[in-house]
Design a protein around this ligand. Structure first.
Ligand SMILES: *[C@@H]1O[C@H](CO)[C@@H](O)[C@H](O)[C@H]1NC(C)=O
Ligand SMILES: *[C@@H]1O[C@H](CO)[C@@H](O)[C@H](O)[C@H]1NC(C)=O
Ligand SMILES: *[C@@H]1O[C@H](CO)[C@@H](O)[C@H](O)[C@H]1NC(C)=O
Ligand SMILES: *[C@@H]1O[C@H](CO)[C@@H](O)[C@H](O)[C@H]1NC(C)=O
Ligand SMILES: *[C@@H]1O[C@H](CO)[C@@H](O)[C@H](O)[C@H]1NC(C)=O
Ligand SMILES: *[C@@H]1O[C@H](CO)[C@@H](O)[C@H](O)[C@H]1NC(C)=O
Length: 473
């Protein structure tokens, strides 16, 4: 890199300053803090003004006097999303434009990271992961990309993957230490599974349908004629740990041949040319046959153990529950509708343009994935800290247990996403739950909420007592 003269002299200037005083220069007395006309100015800091929210003042007084004050100037900013096409780290009088290149396409996708609303505060860790940042494993027959706890450390309880199968390709025979939950994003997936009571199952899942295999259930997935893409969710974030996934080829390859021969009652020479371990996906053969679901079921119907509880749930056929708030619909699914999914509960949420999944929280951490559309969400982490994230199709997030949050549809199209929950302890049975901020306030004696918010009781009485879930825009 070539250093230009002004940069060199600036660097020298700082070097001299540094050695002379050997201390850190306060920002306000640094030369670049003064408006020098040429370089884009850093506007002088406005003097601190008194906090003007009654809630804030209470917190400041009673709990943590060192909270930074929320200045009057900041609260004038409505906190709206900054949709400029050339985003800069500027908000109102704060920040300064880049003097060097930034990764503008990523900045554009994350306007609330580069120019956060003034209500954000403190050090909330990253809670977002884009599958586009995952390492993709390209295989014969498709691909897979994962998000585990090493990608998103705030999600120790849930890991996930996107997976693609070309027409008729298989995800090889395997089972897991953890439960596997799936949502079909495109195409058809044929599922087989066996349970611990000698029963077997064959079923098809189409777009918008789910499957779920509790820990230990051996299973296969095969794409239909159009191929398939689906989301996988697991009830442990450390999905790549040893002892999590057990694949057929892997086991065969690591067992003495004569033991295999004795086990299966076959001639050991059969195992002279076994495939390499861990193909992961198995592409379709040249003349792969695709049986009708009836034919596929008949092929195993002679099992005296009978058919297992369905591992596929036709979520696409479940009636939508219209949100009382008028902003969309939801489909909640847990073990009450889908007994094969005791450890993972879900809500598929559709938010119309301009709508808002209302301010709420859950007893358990929420792991989420955007199926379509664009969202903005703020995680309120307590202790006067909050952080806003921007999300779009293929992005995932986690709101740790009890974090307050909302999701706002900031796109031109409907927003659809999935919320996933697992219990506090691995293997716990879990059902969907949520706490609505509005409903909480509406179900208090009006004077209580009115006093706390410093609004009239008449306003509090207007709050809906029924959970609104999604508020219309
Ligand atoms: C409540 O709001 C009014 C303005 O509507 C203001 O004058 C008053 O100081 C506020 N009270 C508290 C306790 O902040
Ligand atoms: C939005 O961003 C642009 C450039 O990044 C900046 O000039 C503008 O002040 C920002 N808007 C607000 C409300 O801060
Ligand atoms: C499925 O994939 C096909 C082919 O790319 C595409 O035309 C279709 O819109 C996709 N459907 C969904 C639900 O994404
Ligand atoms: C096993 O197969 C080999 C090779 O085909 C054959 O020579 C041998 O006789 C077979 N052994 C038995 C016990 O059938
Ligand atoms: C596939 O089917 C074609 C036509 O039926 C046949 O000629 C060919 O040998 C088959 N290939 C394989 C690998 O079975
Ligand atoms: C779904 O809604 C339709 C029409 O309102 C109704 O006839 C049907 O019984 C509902 N199905 C379920 C499973 O509730």
């Amino acid at each position: 890199m070539k250093l230009t003269l002004p940069f060199l002299s600036l660097a020298l200037f700082f070097a001299v300053l540094d050695s002379a005083h050997s201390r850190v220069l306060p920002v306000e007395s640094a030369p670049y803090a003064r408006n020098s006309g040429g370089i884009p100015a850093l506007v002088p800091r406005s003097p601190p003004s008194a906090p003007d929210s009654v809630l804030h003042r209470r917190v400041t007084r009673h709990i943590r006097p060192e909270y930074p004050s929320v200045s009057r100037r900041q609260t004038v900013d409505n906190g709206g999303i900054n949709t400029t096409t050339n985003p800069q780290p500027i908000r109102g009088s704060k920040g300064a434009p880049f003097l060097h290149d930034s990764n503008t396409p990523i900045d554009r996708q994350n306007p609330d990271s580069i120019s956060p609303p003034p209500t954000d505060a403190g050090n909330v860790p990253n809670l977002k992961w884009s599958f586009s940042l995952s390492h993709s494993r390209l295989l014969n027959g498709g691909w897979v990309r994962e998000q585990t706890v090493t990608d998103l450390p705030s999600s120790p309880g849930v890991a996930a993957a996107e997976q693609r199968l070309s027409p008729y390709a298989y995800r090889e025979l395997h089972w897991h230490r953890v439960a596997e939950w799936g949502l079909v994003l495109n195409g058809t997936v044929r599922i087989t599974a066996n349970d611990e009571e000698d029963r077997n199952y064959v079923g098809d899942a189409g777009v918008g349908d789910l499957w779920s295999f509790p820990a230990g259930i051996p299973h296969t997935l095969q794409a239909g004629p159009e191929g398939a893409e689906y989301l996988l969710v697991f009830d442990d974030g450390n999905f790549d740990a040893a002892g999590t996934t057990f694949m057929l080829d892997d086991w065969i390859a690591h067992t003495p041949r004569e033991v295999l021969a004795e086990n299966f009652g076959w001639n050991a020479s059969v195992f002279g040319s076994i495939p390499s371990p861990d193909p992961y996906l198995v592409p379709a053969g040249q003349n792969e046959s695709w049986l009708s679901l009836e034919e596929a079921r008949q092929a195993v119907s002679t099992n005296p153990g009978g058919e297992a509880t369905p591992y596929v749930y036709a979520l696409s056929q479940q009636n939508r529950t219209q949100a009382p708030g008028g902003g969309g619909w939801v489909k909640v699914t847990d073990y009450r509708q889908f007994p094969s999914s005791p450890t993972l509960a879900s809500a598929y949420v559709h938010v119309e343009k301009g709508g808002l999944r209302e301010l709420h929280w859950h007893k358990n951490a929420e792991w989420g994935y955007i199926v379509k559309g664009k969202a903005r969400a703020t995680a309120f982490a307590g202790g006067a800290t909050a952080r806003t994230f921007d999300l779009q199709a293929g992005d995932s997030w986690v709101f740790p247990t009890n974090y307050g949050h909302y999701l706002q549809n900031v796109g031109e199209e409907p927003l659809e996403f999935i919320e996933i929950f697992r219990g506090a302890n691995f293997g716990d049975r879990v059902r969907f739950d949520d706490f609505s901020l509005t409903q909480w306030l509406a179900l208090l004696p009006p004077s209580v909420a009115a006093k706390q918010l410093n609004v009239t009781e008449a306003l509090v009485r207007q709050l809906k007592r029924a959970k609104q879930v999604i508020v219309a825009g």
